[in-house]
Write a protein that binds this ligand. Structure first.
Ligand code: ADP
Length: 488
């Protein structure tokens, strides 16, 4: 039960509310009590002033015990108030006169309660008041020294606090009734509010619980995108979007990869079956069959290697092995290597790499990228065409451009050529005798350029040919290969 956020919120709310109400009640009680006592005290002082004025007036400068007694008796008779008792004490604390009425003995006993102790400690002090009790009733007591008829005396005024006590008791009774009621209302209101505010979370939880790999396209309902829960649902939906995209990519990748692998494997099996179906064949027939098997096995090896490279790059496990070398030399060497392939199609390969371009980078990976670009250029250029590879330097970047005189790439296919397994003309590229690729060369090439902090773009493509340009920072520092971005 306490594991529910609703219940915990309600308990917290109730506890805080109870504390606030109790503090408020105690503070109110103390303020009211203090005010009542102050008002009573000033009323007592006023009564004492009036009493002593009467005594003074009656004594009228005369002296003697009789004069004192007479004056006090007159003052007592003139100051008969309900709930107030006047007592006059002589210097030794003996009662000279008192307004005590026999039917109210409790007043008298309250007035005498530790009278002498208080007389000593309070008479002449800054605040000569104390509170005494008789039974359940409380009384306020005031000590005022005075002299009349040349006698030093003390006036003790006692006033009942009964009306104030009654008022405070009513106040406590009201608090005792109102506070539990307020707490009950507040806690049930708090529970209701917590339930209402958390209802969308419960609904979101249930909805999210129903989403699995099979229905990853489903999204949480957003009731108000501007509040916190809406923002949470939005973030969750964005997360689902990314997961969905990445699932879809993985699915496509696996489907494309198996499709690409199926063809060479089918050719290998078919060729082997056909060759073995006859018990005896001529050496030429075996040679021809073996060369077909070899070509397909090579192609299979190529695809598997490319897939392995991409898988490691995706997992962020590929580490660059940087070495120092000259990029212009690497480019010239690649161009030389590709000339044999190009000459079979009477294609001229020109290399323009004059300037020295020292670089610290992964030479093997860059070689792979350059060979891929040259291979594509030769593959997609008709006979008697030309391929030119040019190196340059601009703004602390090296550029490598591979330009061909092929038929170009259709405008609608241009944005997709860097996607994995994408080929403009699937049938043609696969059936090429020089080994049509699986559509992975450019995506690997772009990844290699980006891994070195650079980029690879198609900078021109029209019916007269295409140009691919790779830009690489001229100073390489990080040996770590970043993960491939999920959009590819
Ligand atoms: P492939 O291994 O099929 O060549 P790539 O990723 O290297 O795969 O290239 C993807 C597609 O881009 C190719 O199938 C081809 O259609 C197109 N392409 C790449 N380079 C060129 C080029 N120089 N001229 C024309 N089309 C090209």
């Amino acid at each position: 039960m306490f594991s529910s956020v609703r219940v915990r919120l309600t308990i917290w709310y109730t506890v805080v509310m109870t504390c606030v109400l109790l503090v408020l009640a105690i503070a109110t009680y103390l303020i009211v009590l203090n005010n009542a006592i102050r008002r009573t005290d000033s009323a007592i002082v006023e009564q004492a002033d009036s009493f002593l004025k009467t005594v003074d007036a009656e004594a009228n400068g005369q002296t003697g015990v009789e004069v004192l007694l007479e004056s006090v008796t007159v003052a007592i008779s003139e100051h008969r108030f309900r709930d107030t008792l006047f007592i006059v004490l002589d210097q030794s604390g003996n009662i000279v006169a008192s307004s005590q009425e026999p039917e109210r003995p409790e007043e008298h006993s309250a007035a005498l309660e530790s009278l002498h102790g208080s007389l000593h400690s309070l008479t002449g002090s800054k605040y000569p008041f104390d509170t005494t009790r008789s039974g359940r009733r409380a009384y306020r007591r005031y000590f005022r020294p005075f002299s009349a008829a040349q006698k030093l005396c003390t006036l003790v005024v006692l006033q009942s606090l009964h009306p104030q006590q009654e008022f405070l008791e009513t106040l406590i009774g009201t608090f005792a009734l109102v506070i539990p009621l307020a707490i009950l209302l507040a806690s049930s209101g708090g529970y209701f509010l917590a339930r209402r505010s958390l209802a969308p979370v419960t609904a979101m939880g249930a909805q999210a619980g129903r989403i699995s790999a099979d229905n990853l396209h489903e999204r949480l309902t957003i009731e108000n995108a501007k509040d916190e829960l809406g923002a949470l649902a939005l973030s969750f939906n964005n997360l689902l979007d990314r997961l969905d995209q990445s699932f879809e990519q993985q699915r496509r990748f696996v489907a494309d990869a198996s499709h690409e692998l199926r063809t060479p494997v089918a050719i290998l099996c078919g060729e082997a079956d056909v060759t073995l179906s006859q018990p005896n064949r001529s050496p030429e027939e075996y040679r021809e069959s073996l060369s077909i098997l070899h070509a397909e096995a090579y192609r299979l090896k190529q695809i598997v290697e490319d897939l392995f490279t991409l898988a490691r790059a995706d997992a962020g496990q590929y580490r660059l092995s940087p070495t120092s070398f000259y990029l212009d030399e690497l480019v010239a060497e690649c161009a030389r290597n590709m000339r044999t392939l190009a000459s079979a199609k009477q294609i001229t390969v020109r290399c323009d790499a004059q300037k020295e371009m020292p670089l610290e980078a992964d030479e093997t990976l860059l070689r792979r990228m350059i060979l891929n670009l040259l291979d594509n250029a030769i593959k997609y250029t008709p006979q008697n065409g030309s391929v030119t590879i040019t190196c340059g330097e601009q703004a602390s970047q090296y550029s490598i451009s591979v330009q061909d005189t092929g038929q170009g790439i259709p405008a609608d296919a241009q944005p997709r050529i860097f996607e994995r397994f994408f080929r403009v003309d699937k049938v043609r590229s696969r059936s090429e005798s020089d080994g049509g690729g699986a559509g992975l060369g450019l995506s690997i090439g772009r990844w290699i350029a980006e891994a070195h902090g650079g980029c690879l773009e198609l900078t021109r493509s029209d019916p007269n040919g295409s140009t691919f340009t790779a830009l690489l920072p001229s100073s390489q520092t990080s040996p770590l290969i970043p993960r491939l971005s999920s959009s590819r």
